[in-house]
Design a protein around this ligand. Structure first.
Ligand code: K1U
Ligand code: ZN
Length: 171
């Protein structure tokens, strides 16, 4: 297994619509394993393939309580139904040191394939729901900051410029 480099906004790979996975092979299993290791090390509760520079429709998530482990690897995930409203604080491993509340669906049904290509349908709420929506957005080239109001977006741009400058100074 290997730790992968997480790319940062404004890397162009984060703005691309990722390609569907068609080959359920050893390369896909290896990528999923490396992404899971990278997510746990970050630490994070989710990670999408474009965040490690791979423009494919693959995500990994683990929103289970601390000291428990429930890894979900979802290939070609799709939200097939959503209801209710939620507005929870989000962060992103590709947008360091910035957090904001984002309006999303409270509950979603997600259809996806596992690493063998077998179809699954799950219904989730709470952090699992927020995280599935956040990660599927990554596959469509959308960042959580793209969902902020115009005013909050302009505040984000100014703050993020400073955050990146500080991170550059630390190198
Ligand atoms: O996609 C990503 O960048 C991962 C991101 C996902 C996410 C965060 C918050 C709400 C929904 C989805 C993260 O995991 S950021 C890190 C984080 O939130 C976290 C880290 C350790 C423990 C608990 C949360
Ligand atoms: Zn993210």
């Amino acid at each position: 297994m290997a730790l992968l480099k997480i790319v940062r906004h404004p890397d162009p790979v984060l703005k691309k619509v990722a390609a569907p996975v068609t080959d359920f092979d050893a390369g896909l299993r290896r990528l999923a394993e490396d992404m899971a290791e990278t997510m746990y090390a970050a630490p994070g509760v989710g990670l999408a393939a474009p965040q490690v520079g791979v423009s494919k429709r693959l995500i990994v998530l683990d929103c289970s309580p601390k000291d428990e482990k429930q890894l979900v690897v979802a290939v070609n995930p799709k939200i097939v139904f959503g209801e209710g409203e939620s507005c929870e604080e989000e962060g992103c491993l590709s947008v360091p040191s910035y957090y904001a509340k984002v309006e999303r669906k409270a509950r979603v049904q997600v259809q996806y394939q596992d690493l063998e290509g077998v179809e699954h349908l799950v219904e989730v709420e709470g952090l699992w729901s927020t995280c599935f929506q956040h990660e599927i957005d990554h596959l469509d080239g959308i960042l959580f900051v793209d969902r902020l109001s115009p005013l909050k977006k302009s505040i984000f741009r100014k703050k993020y410029k400073k955050i990146l400058e500080q991170l550059e100074e630390q190198l």
